[in-house]
Design a protein around this ligand. Structure first.
Ligand code: SF4
Ligand code: SF4
Length: 56
């Protein structure tokens, strides 16, 4: 399953820089993950300061 970013996201952008497949982009007030591109590597979850990304 792809990862998803919860509403806890503070839109810092750190995860987008770490994603190896560029699946993360800035959305409306928070960052979002393209489920079709995400390979569930977990790098975003390991980078996020507030623990917003999680496996769906
Ligand atoms: Fe990108 Fe990996 Fe996070 Fe999926 S789990 S959005 S591939 S960093
Ligand atoms: Fe949001 Fe966390 Fe990504 Fe920062 S690292 S944009 S808080 S999901």
């Amino acid at each position: 399953m792809a990862y998803q970013i919860s509403d806890d996201c503070i839109a810092c952008g750190a995860c987008a820089d770490e994603c190896p497949v560029s699946a993360i982009s800035e959305g409306d007030g928070k960052y979002v993950i393209d489920a079709d591109t995400c390979i569930s590597c977990g790098a975003c979850a390991g980078t996020c300061p507030v623990g917003a990304p999680a496996e769906a």
